[in-house]
Design a protein around this ligand. Structure first.
Ligand code: GDP
Ligand code: MG
Length: 405
């Protein structure tokens, strides 16, 4: 099994030889792994290329790739692509070339990949991890992590803005790079690649790492622009997630209008006060008082019309959810079974509304309209949650699984 460790570089002349040596030193701890190092360099003007080319001449395990264009994302994405296509990598790793990341963590990370994880994320914030940068960089790292957690909804993932990772070729191939801003001049590749891995269904494990500040050379991080990119990316993720809920609300509103129009036409021949037919469409059914009664239910035109129009709206909601709202989620199993489940969950809302009306009116002595309003909102969220957890579950494509070390 071949592991290619990608070291993205821009002006790392003073560090590159030592980091290559340190990575190759780990070969002894990586049994059954054929370890290679790839330096993906953005055409550094400082002579990084010369240093690497000199080493690679004498060592077939060391490779140099000039990605030509500036950008950490370019180095990362083009480097891994080259590792797969030209170096025949099965496993991919990446770490900073300035000795901030200790390659000694590689064996543990590779071990976890062998256990079945798709991506192992080095984290400064997992228990045992450390960030030895200055306070403003630590603040940035922590702030970004909190922001990403909140906007992405990934509370068990502790680190987002770090490059130390190991993952499978299979995962890399699954990622749609058209959706990853990898050509950006900032380091947004770090969180956005992680997000892409999550949406590709990656099983992720975090391991604690210690991040040391570089001794030689200078940092190319442009923190202000990076912050702006992290903010923008999180917002985009949030909006995408909210889009599903917005669709759910639109479908619900449409269902309500269909329901009320059908009820009006069947029971009165009108939509709201607009008379469309001279007679109710169900005019042949008896209305009170000549309707038969079963216990407390009067089997009259209103009851039948309500049942038909409610079911019509359930059918309409189901069709829209199936083909629009939850289109990207799992459609495994029989659509009919999903339809039955949907009918069942649709009963939940009125039940919750009734309970809420009674609770507000009888227990809290409040107006029943408050109870109804609360019940509508609660019912809506319950329905939405059940739809997500029970009917249109996370698909292979959209699910992610994160574990901490
Ligand atoms: N290929 C490539 N690598 C880059 C570029 N900018 C930074 N890097 C590398 O990314 C890693 C982290 O960059 P660094 O400047 O140390 O950022 P910091 O650790 O966040 O301060 C180092 O190995 C850099 O050489 C770039 O434009 N192209
Ligand atoms: Mg650095």
């Amino acid at each position: 099994m071949r592991l290619v460790v990608n070291l993205p570089t821009y002006n790392e002349k003073e560090n590159i030889e030592e980091i290559i040596k340190k990575v190759l030193h780990e070969q002894k701890n990586l049994k059954n792994i054929d370890l290679h190092v790839l330096v993906s360099d953005s055409h550094s003007p400082d002579g990084t290329a010369e240093v690497v080319k000199k080493i690679s001449k004498n060592n077939p395990k060391v490779h140099y790739l000039d990605v030509k264009i500036r950008g950490l994302g370019v180095g990362i994405v083009k480097g891994h692509r080259f590792a797969i296509d030209k170096l025949k990598a099965d496993l991919l790793a990446q770490l900073d070339a300035d000795l901030s990341h200790d390659p000694a963590s590689l064996p543990q990370m590779v071990g976890l990949i062998k256990k079945g994880y798709d991506l192992v994320n080095g984290s400064r914030m997992a228990k045992g991890g450390q960030n030895l940068l200055g306070w403003h960089r630590r603040l940035f790292t922590r702030g970004s992590a909190l922001y990403c957690k909140l906007t992405w909804g990934t509370f068990s993932l502790t680190e987002y803005t770090n490059s130390y990772r190991v993952f499978t070729k299979k995962l890399f191939e699954k990622i749609d790079f058209n959706k990853v801003p990898w050509k950006s001049k900032t380091y947004i590749i770090q969180p956005s690649f992680l997000y892409a891995a999550l949406t590709a269904g990656a099983k992720i494990k975090e391991v604690p790492i210690i991040f040391k500040d570089r001794k030689n050379g200078y940092s190319k991080a442009q923190i202000i622009y990076y912050i702006l990119d992290v903010l923008r990316f999180g917002l985009k993720v949030r909006l995408q997630k909210s889009r599903t809920f917005a669709k759910f609300l639109i479908v619900g509103a449409l269902g309500y209008f269909l329901n009320s129009a059908a009820l009006g036409l069947l029971n009165r021949g009108q939509i709201y006060s607009l008379q469309l037919f001279p007679e109710p469409l169900l005019g042949f059914l008896p209305s009170i008082p000549d309707a038969p009664k079963i216990i407390f239910l009067t089997i009259d035109r209103l009851l039948i019309a309500s049942i038909i129009s409610i079911e019509l709206s359930i059918i309409s909601n189901f069709l829209f959810h199936e083909n629009w709202t939850f289109k990207d989620r799992s459609h495994k199993g029989s659509p009919f079974l999903r339809f039955l489940k949907f009918n069942f969950t649709s009963l939940g809302s009125p039940t919750i509304q009734l309970a809420s009306i009674l609770f507000f009116a009888r227990v809290l002595n409040k107006h029943e309209q408050i109870g109804l309003a609360v019940g509508v909102v609660l019912g809506l969220f319950m329905n939405y949650t059940l739809n997500l957890l029970w009917i249109w579950k996370k698909s292979e494509k959209t699910s992610g699984n994160i574990e901490l070390a």
